[in-house]
Write a protein that binds this ligand. Structure first.
Ligand SMILES: Nc1ncnc2c1ncn2[C@@H]1O[C@H](C[S@+](CC[C@H]([NH3+])C(=O)[O-])CC(=O)[O-])[C@@H](O)[C@H]1O
Length: 324
């Protein structure tokens, strides 16, 4: 249990203590399974140079330390080790002058969302499908007391741990990541705000998913939902074939009208469409920290408004709603 000791302690001592009885046994059984590359990634983590700094920034580039606080050889060591945790998809981050240029400019997504959030001060917030945890740091910047992320991705967990290991203790102790799927969460209505960004289209049962998100919210709590959408009226939901933008696991792309209707049917009120934007190859692209294919390889080179399969290229909407 040592991997999550501090996080479970934070649960025990805070308003989320009812969560502990449910989450602790799941993490215990998670740790008993063999994790393939996870042990190798954890060995990389253990070798990271012991650098310390009180300088940090939870802004567009989430960063710790500055260039003067590490020698060139320490920075080279840091780079060599962090590159073993590639691909880095969600960021950007900077550690002691080393810039981690991730596949996604996740800061752009946050810029579309943050102005609408209101004050998160004193809140317990949950990010379902949090990736590397980049947005958890931004949620703390927006005032959240504690930001809790869940994501089954074990490489994402390791990347989160790497960044957190350099954060000053007062900040680090407010950000948490559990390698769990949404389906593992109890129905306990614990959170003030629940975020789920980029996950709905991966769910085979989007209505069940919306209920699962609702079950995490206190009465009156807010949901921030971001997902790929399709064009059409409130009756229109698009299901692609085997692949969409080369992704195998894309199921339902509702129109904004249909998604609004789903939210209402699932017990949400005050439903607001905050933003619609087309994902560009400036926002999602190959970098030295993610050398695999990226959006430019997923869209038709001659018709950039279409995916390689001939479907409408990804457009994403952000909704805010309240648990009635
Ligand atoms: N059952 C599940 N439960 C929870 N998470 C899951 C599950 N299955 C997959 N995921 C996770 O959902 C995330 C979706 S990526 C969005 C990241 C971030 N939110 C972003 O907005 O940049 C979307 C994208 O980049 O296409 C991945 O990290 C999965 O591991």
């Amino acid at each position: 249990m040592s991997l999550f000791r501090d996080d479970l302690q934070a649960l025990l001592n805070g308003p989320l203590h009812p969560w502990l009885a449910h989450v602790a046994p799941q993490l215990a059984s998670w740790q008993q399974q063999p994790h393939g590359d996870f042990k190798r990634w954890q060995r990389v983590l253990a070798q990271l140079p012991a650098l310390k700094s009180d300088t940090y920034q939870l802004g567009d580039t989430v960063s710790v330390g500055n260039i003067e606080q590490a020698s060139d050889s320490q920075r080279a060591q840091l780079q060599g080790l962090l590159k073993q945790l590639m691909p880095w998809r969600k960021g950007p981050f900077e550690l002691f002058g080393l810039h981690i240029d991730t596949e996604w400019r996740s800061d752009w997504k946050w810029q579309r969302i943050a102005p609408h959030l209101g004050d998160l001060s004193g809140q317990q917030v949950l990010d379902v499908g949090c990736g590397s945890g980049y947005h958890l740091w931004r949620m703390l910047e927006s005032g959240a007391d504690h930001a809790w992320g869940i994501d089954p991705g074990e490489l994402f967990l390791t990347q989160f741990q790497a960044i957190r290991s350099y954060m000053p203790a007062a900040i680090a102790k407010r950000a948490h990541f559990f390698p769990l799927g949404v389906e593992h969460l109890p129905t306990q209505n614990n959170f003030d705000t629940v975020f789920s960004m980029g996950v709905l289209y991966h769910r085979r049962s989007p209505i069940d998913f919306l209920y699962q998100l609702r079950h995490q919210l206190k009465r009156g709590g807010q949901l921030v939902l971001e997902t790929i959408i399709s064009e059409g009226d409130e009756h229109h939901v698009f299901m692609p074939g085997e692949r969409y933008a080369k992704m195998r696991n894309v199921w339902y792309l509702p129109s904004t009208g249909a998604l609004s209707h789903w939210l209402k049917r699932c017990g949400f009120s005050e439903i607001e469409l905050l933003d619609v934007s087309t994902t560009t190859t400036d926002e999602q692209r190959r970098t030295p920290w993610m050398e695999n294919e990226s959006l430019a390889d997923f869209i038709d080179p001659n018709r950039p408004n279409l995916t390689i399969e001939g479907y409408a290229a990804p457009r994403r909407a952000v909704f805010r709603a309240r648990r009635a």
